[in-house]
Design a protein around this ligand. Sequence first.
Ligand code: PHE
Length: 353
Amino acid sequence: MSADTLSNLKIQIEKLKKDFDQNQQINADKKLIYLGKKGLFNELSKEIKNVSNENKKVAGQLLNELKTYLQNRLETNSSVDHKNKWVDLTIPGKDQESGHVHPISQAIEEISGIFQKIGFTRVRYPEVDWDHYAFEALNMPADHPARDEWETFFVKVPPNKKMGKVVLTPHTSNGQVREMERLKHQPPIRMINIARCYRRQQDVTHTQMFHQFEGLVVDKGINIQHLKGTLDYFAQEFYGPGTKSRIRPFHFQFTEPSFEVDFSCHICHGTGLIADEHGDKQKCGLCKSGWHEVGGAGMVHPNVLKAGGIDPQEYTGFAFGWGVERTYTLRKGLNIDDIRYFYSGETRFLAQF
Ligand code: PHE
């Protein structure tokens, strides 16, 4: 048996050597792993007690040789590292991966900049808010069917007598009455409120969390032309010269009259048609109609002004609001067919912006 134990030890010594030679770690770490107090060498040395007395001497010699082998290698390796290794200084350095601001945050900065240039104040209101601000004060009493359109998430906390339930804000319109209160019911108001919103929907054009930006202007003599002028201004600033806006009649409880807002398509310039390679007109593949619908707008409903403590006889206002993600993906050349990518954490997608 003793001869077996010795040959077994020999095998293990060879194994350890091979393992050592293949180990790519830096020398300091290797020293610890192989020659440290609890290292593999000491571990293996314990085997000597199983070797018969007549073979102990040989076993001891073999272990000593192993130790010298490991020590020598560690030394020569480190000296090679420093002195003899040829270094090619012309090889380009390794690219450092650097992060950057998320594309939607970039879009938010850009949008707020565009409105700040014409005197809007950027604000942010709670993203978990009272039903009062999200619906009730916007002319939508508790059982109003129009609320269904907002696919709202409710938070499981006891309701407040005056303010009602707690919701994850389904739109940034909750900022309208809050802004009237912040300014102590004293127009002029020129607000741009950009915040996260939440709705129970998820598909290629919807994420449960998304962002909206909401404009609100209240002053004496504000009319639809001011709204239209502001939309045209935004269209040109964000999508480039020549982009037009269009408003179509719609219904919201908190605006009267209400509109849906479209921007002209940058591919077919609002015509809905593009020439193919033979010069024949074909339907535009991006918009099909010349226009992209982006969101809602309208003249602030008198009841909303009243809820914000502003006299609708004296003041009028307009409001608009829609999604940052949608607005951004309509930009020229982006071609993003699934907005869920934005929140996928997929760096190969995000790195492109
Ligand atoms: N809050 C509306 C929505 O989310 C949009 C809107 C904002 C409409 C302001 C009119 C005025 O659909």
